[in-house]
Write a protein that binds this ligand. Sequence first.
Ligand SMILES: [Zn+2]
Length: 369
Amino acid sequence: MSLMLLGLDYELFFGQRTGSVEHCMLHPTEALVAALEAANTRHSPKITLFVDACYLLRLKQLERQHPELQLRRSAIQRQLNQLSRKGHSIQLHIHPHWLDSDYRDGSWITDTNRYRLHDLDAGERTRLIIESKQLLEECSEADVFAYRAGGWCLQPFDQIADALSDAGIWMDSTVYADGLSEDPLRWFDFRGAPDKPHWTFDTNPLKEDEQGRFVELPISQQQVSPLFFWRMAWLKKFGNADDIKPFGDGASMVAHSAYYLERLTRHSAGPASIDGIKGDLLEDAWQQHCSDNPAGYFNVMGHPKALTQRSITRLVEFLERHQDVELVGFEELEHLKPEQLNTPEMPQLVLNQLEEQPKVHQPLKRAFG
Ligand SMILES: [Zn+2]
């Protein structure tokens, strides 16, 4: 029996058009879960949603002025509660730029100047992480303990480690082998990560530390050839089949131009994913996992907004073909919690201490005041 995880970053878009909650979050998630429930598998497959909790906090803050935002938040929370009751897992994802984004005339004016958690000051960061986790726990029957960094911006981890640890987060699932982004605003560099199924670390996720406060559960790596990206570019331009059209109705942030060039010319290491037509590569990703990391979890990622009817079909076909692969939620990983962490968590105490300190940053006041 092999164990597979599917962690989907549940969020809107951050470019010119954010897209709608209905098409980026609710509907694709519903379609995916319905397809998994109908699949002919021995086990009942479970997914994990890494929920962009900062978006939920921002809705909560603005909903008095804009009642439609309250309806959206309720619809999201209802879906999360339902999924949690069915045994799916809810975990933490944060895109902090929502704190600075405004809602006017029915659409969002996104401000991505503070795109990384590291761009907030230490007090803001801690308050955001703790309040995010508390809000998600209202939508979940189980503990929220795992984190995935928005845009993979996890480093330098020592700047966010205390805040995550204070909030009771002890697992991260952001790293993938050889991951690298040279985009100056959204850089990350996972080269040199331990070649292990999972490991304990403290302030550097690339360095094992047995006494550390966190466990890294890396996303499986997948080598993708330039040919694949050419094919994807071709399909995007000329393909018109409905099954490769993503559910999401927004526009992504524009990446650094080197990003596209790099992918069209060189073999690149990416995370195993079911986004878009990458779902077609699921079998390849599995084969690579079986040779690279057979003792580990086959940890696949994606985004509801980027799913397509075809990627859902590919996933179901994969599970039906591999009856010995069980798709489980992150809740199944609780036994990986390091012993040294089995002490009571006191996030509320930390919040109270923060309340006693003056709040300096204006956007934070807006978000939490
Ligand atoms: Zn994200």
